[in-house]
Design a protein around this ligand. Structure first.
Ligand code: CUA
Length: 153
């Protein structure tokens, strides 16, 4: 029994220390509830405003970006400027999706929940094309669900 008690105490202490000391790397900065259709409208308005001839959305520094996860992709494709901090609002049109992005100084892993928008603040220092993958099983084509965030100098 004492072994169980010691183990539980150690795990509890570790969990508390982890959350207190290291728990801020993946927490969204802000969230709100939104029906998927309403968020889609925000995404569409944002897309129309900044859509370039290349079919990608060029986000001016200081502007919030909007990204929709939907079986099986992320829209629109965002182009950001290196060295600037951006707030990206995300939500899902249909089911639970993942948003995983690794590269440069970024290591992000979030869940995108329908009915909720979350804000992610990110700043890429290096230009490049960053792969976004869905890491939450969302249907038969889940393994093909990916997107890109492009960072330009
Ligand atoms: Cu979306 Cu898996």
């Amino acid at each position: 029994m004492w072994l169980v008690a010691v183990s539980v105490a150690a795990m509890t202490a570790f969990t508390i220390a982890w959350v207190a000391g290291f728990g801020d790397q993946n927490v969204p900065d802000n969230t709100y509830r939104t029906p998927p259709a309403a968020f889609q409208q925000q995404v569409d308005e944002f897309t129309q405003k900044y859509l370039g001839d290349d079919g990608k959305v060029h986000v001016p520094p200081g502007e919030d970006a909007y990204l929709m996860a939907q079986r099986y992709g992320f829209t629109p494709e965002l182009v950001l400027e290196a060295g600037n901090e951006y707030t990206i609002w995300m939500s899902s049109r249909d089911v639970l999706h993942g948003f995983s992005l690794i590269g440069d100084n970024l290591n992000l892993n979030l869940e995108i929940v329908p009915g909720h928008a979350l804000a992610l603040t990110l700043k890429a220092e290096k230009a490049g094309t960053y792969l976004v993958i869905c890491n939450e099983y969302c249907g038969l084509q889940h393994h093909l669900m990916r997107g890109h965030i492009i960072v330009e100098e």
